[in-house]
Design a protein around this ligand. Structure first.
Ligand code: M7G
Length: 334
């Protein structure tokens, strides 16, 4: 507890046309400069009109390898709904039509409050392309036997690289974003804004607690020996979020994903009113329920059948398909 620190307030990053991407090479992390004007779009992988997000596959001029650009229209921030924000003197309004008491317009507020959240993955792998592509999804009930026979070999062979996780834990990346850091090797964790969050807008608050202990792949590996760690993440995580963002613990959804995309134990903290991706029953497990299950039965997650969703492009789907547990909706050549 004593080796934990609470970091300073979030500072808005300066504007620049260039985007610095950290690339991992044999000599460690190096920075690659990218500009959106050099992005050559090739294919729209997913255009989600509900979430107002789009994922585009392409390349960067004069650079090899595939890049993914994810664009997301930002949520409205409460503090921008005044005469300095949307109702400022320089806001323009284009009229579509007016009919009696009804008017339909398009509003052009000043560009500073009209940003588009942008995530770049470069170089992207086939697994990233599959993760961000629109595709058929299935639910599978994974027994402990199926975990050992099909899921575990997949995790050992196919899982996403965890370099970004180690970069955070070892102080190489995102250090200015860290909200809380408990350095204890066994029960410590780092609390950091999630990639999907701008770190500012309370309405879409999303943080990630990444445990320092290595080798806990997922919910499946958790047993009663992890209870002190899990309780610490829950209690210290909530406290740190309250100190920094003034969101109380009873307004936070604290949960784990099964299956996760990244097999190093991490816990999601999202604002209860925010419908973050991946909060649905088929994927999320509330940390309180996990703690309760482990308290009642120390090996609950080694004995339980756990449902998970899998998409048809995922190699894990192919393993379960070949073993006769699920069938493809669309044949690959269709
Ligand atoms: P997950 O449950 O393994 O899978 O969560 P999901 O991505 O399918 O939800 C991993 C979480 O880590 C997600 O919420 C990601 O947005 C987040 N994340 C992924 N990356 C590569 C980064 C990163 O580089 N930095 C931060 N801060 N978060 C990341």
């Amino acid at each position: 507890m004593s080796d934990a620190t609470l970091e300073n307030d979030v500072i808005e990053p300066p504007c620049s046309k260039k985007i610095k991407i950290e690339e991992q090479n044999e000599n460690g992390v190096s920075n690659v400069q990218l500009e959106l004007k050099d992005f050559v779009p090739v294919k729209v992988l997913n255009n989600n009109t509900n979430r107002k997000t789009v994922c585009i596959q392409g390349t960067f001029r004069d650079k090899s390898g595939v890049a993914l650009v994810l664009l997301e229209k930002n949520a409205f921030k409460g503090e921008e709904l005044d005469d300095k924000g949307y109702f400022a003197i320089d806001t323009k309004l284009r009229t579509f039509f007016q009919n009696d008491i009804y008017g339909n317009f398009e509003c052009y507020p000043r560009s500073e409050i009209n940003g588009v959240k942008t995530t770049i993955i470069y170089p992207a792998t086939e697994k990233h392309i599959a993760k961000f592509s629109q595709q058929e999804v299935h639910i599978i009930l994974e027994t402990p036997e199926l975990y050992r026979k099909l899921t575990l070999p997949y995790i050992e062979k196919e899982q996403f690289n965890l370099q970004w996780v180690y970069n955070i834990l070892e102080g190489r990346s995102e250090q200015d974003r860290i909200v809380y850091d408990n350095k204890c090797e066994r029960e410590g964790f780092v609390l950091v804004p999630d990639l999907k969050w701008d770190g500012i807008t309370k309405e879409t608050l999303y943080l990630l607690a990444i445990v320092r202990q290595r080798g806990i792949k997922s919910l499946r590996d958790l047993n009663e020996s992890h209870l002190p760690l899990l309780k610490r993440v829950r209690d210290e995580g909530k406290k740190a979020i309250y100190s920094k963002y003034k969101v109380c613990g009873s307004q936070l959804r604290v949960y784990l994903h099964y299956q996760p995309s990244f097999y190093h134990l991490h816990i999601h903290f999202t604002y209860l009113k925010h419908e973050a991706p991946g909060i649905h029953a088929e994927r999320s497990h509330l940390l309180d329920a996990v703690i309760d299950n482990l308290t009642m039965s120390g090996h609950h997650y080694q004995l339980a059948s756990l449902p998970f969703t899998v998409r048809e492009m995922d190699p894990l789907f192919s393993s379960y398909e070949s073993d006769g547990h699920v069938a493809r909706v669309n044949q690959p050549d269709k």
